[in-house]
Design a protein around this ligand. Structure first.
Ligand SMILES: Cc1cc2nc3c(=O)[nH]c(=O)nc-3n(C[C@H](O)[C@H](O)[C@H](O)COP(=O)(O)OP(=O)(O)OC[C@H]3O[C@@H](n4cnc5c(N)ncnc54)[C@H](O)[C@@H]3O)c2cc1C
Length: 425
């Protein structure tokens, strides 16, 4: 028995995977347990379906609808061990990880630690804004939004009320667009009924985006449709505008100053490689790997998902930080590691782009498929179907489907509870 962690030492190699996100989950599922012992480490005991976090933040879904216990995913997998721990350091020489629960040795290491918010050195923005990169932050944002309305109700100071009811979202990518749409629906359908003593028409939703269009990674048509839909929903869009500073009250941008108590940061992300790995990091703090996901110039260490960037002519700036890329890399690496153990050749990773989509609100979404773009009701139904199918299990799909159907039929959202105050880091 290995000291401390109660994991048996077997006569087959041990793969340690750091991170049970989209990449780590697919990888761990695909590893052949006759060939390797698998140890999955995550600081949380659950996998998070990040694409629906904005619905948790905007009171559309409960967190357990989009998070799934990792132990349950792997309950039938042999020679598999999950440990809830924070990996603090990698010692390459002794092939040992330093974790919050003790040291752990590996034969093969896979880093799948994902990404976190990047504030581009703006310390005040980091201190006062609300990011949404994990489930806890989504719940913090929900608490902030609802608490703001409770506070707005109790003040007669109009400037204070305006600041409480003004939401500035930085970043016009899918997260910013989807959150803005959800807030606009709250404003139209829910808040006037919850707060009859407040003039909800004074609530303001702003998207601040540095680029010259929303959804810059999608087609121009998708960007234009999204802008049109959002404007119709009374969302203010500030393109070509950069946030410069924020003190918790005033958002200073290159064009305008907003009086707002809530700045949502959905603008930048960067990889979070664990400390101790002496690897080449490229743009966005991502670990450089070869086409087989092997960390460049390292023996037996791989990196996949958001934290990694493949050095390839096909994608000179790396693949986008998307769940689909992470999942495909996890599946491919599992096949390759299984092949390696069987002394068969590995295959290079090739991303199969199945399209991108974003939802804006009721009956409104945009979809870009490799050969076709469409928007509106059909796109919205497509978005819902795809996201339901991507959820980890039948229970989550059923719960989310019932929530969506209920909201659609009743113009209501069921989860407007302030069960805890926000916990800013
Ligand atoms: C709000 C939001 C909306 C998004 N919407 C979409 C979308 O619509 N479509 C899409 O394709 N993509 C979307 N993405 C991006 C997508 O979620 C990521 O690309 C994907 O999660 C990357 O997978 P990953 O496995 O690399 O990392 P993650 O899924 O982030 O998983 C990383 C895991 O590593 C764990 N971890 C990190 N550090 C440590 C450590 N030191 N010790 C132990 N464990 C650690 C974390 O707890 C986490 O479980 C969205 C992301 C966000 C934040």
């Amino acid at each position: 028995m290995e000291k401390g962690l109660n994991i048996p030492v077997l006569d087959i190699p041990r793969i340690v995977i750091i991170g049970g996100g989209f990449a780590g989950l697919k990888l761990a599922k695909g590893i052949d347990s006759r060939l390797y012992q698998t140890v999955l480490i995550d600081k949380n005991n659950y996998h998070t379906f990040q694409p629906l976090m904005y619905q948790v933040a905007s009171s559309g879904l409960e967190p357990d609808s989009i998070a799934y216990p990792l132990r349950k995913v792997f309950k039938d997998k042999k020679r598999f061990h999950f440990r809830m721990a924070d990996v603090q350091n990698i010692d390459e020489a002794s092939k040992t990880l330093q974790t919050s629960i003790g040291p752990m040795q590996y034969d093969v290491l896979v880093i799948a630690t994902g990404a976190d918010s990047n504030f581009f050195g703006m310390e005040n923005v980091k201190k006062y804004s609300m990011p949404m990169k994990n489930l806890v932050e989504s719940l913090d944002l929900r608490s902030r939004i609802l608490t703001n309305f409770e506070k707005a109700l109790n003040t007669t100071d109009l400037a204070e009320q305006e600041a409480l009811m003004s939401f500035v979202i930085v970043g016009g990518g899918p997260t910013g667009v989807e959150l803005a749409g959800a807030l606009a629906e709250l404003k139209k359908q829910i808040l006037p009924k919850d707060y009859p003593d407040l003039d909800i028409r004074r609530m303001q939703i702003h998207i601040v985006e540095a680029a010259d269009r929303l959804l810059a990674n999608m087609s121009k048509d998708a960007s234009e449709k999204t802008e049109k839909f959002l404007k119709k929903m009374e969302v203010n869009i500030w393109l070509g505008t950069q946030v410069k500073d924020y003190d918790g009250k005033e958002v200073i941008t290159s064009k305008h100053v907003f009086n707002s108590k809530t700045l949502v940061w959905a603008a930048g992300v960067q990889g979070v490689p664990p400390a101790g790995l002496n690897a080449t990091l490229v743009r966005g703090n991502r670990i450089l790997t070869d086409e087989f996901n092997a960390v460049v110039e390292k023996e037996g260490i791989y990196a996949i998902g958001d934290v990694a960037q493949i050095k390839s002519d096909a994608a000179p700036n790396g693949h986008p930080m998307l769940a689909s890329v992470a999942g495909q890399q996890g599946s491919m690496l599992a096949k390759n590691l299984n092949a390696l153990a069987r002394k068969k050749p590995m295959q290079p990773f090739i991303y199969k782009d199945k399209g991108t989509m974003a939802t804006i609100g009721r009956n409104l979404a945009v979809v870009d498929l490799p050969f076709l773009s469409f928007s509106g009701m059909f796109a919205w139904l497509t978005w819902m179907f795809v996201h339901l199918m991507l959820l980890v299990d039948y229970r989550s799909r059923m719960v989310v489907f019932v929530n969506w159907a209920w909201s659609y039929l009743n113009y209501d959202k069921g989860t407007r509870l302030i069960v805890r105050s926000e916990r800013k880091k």
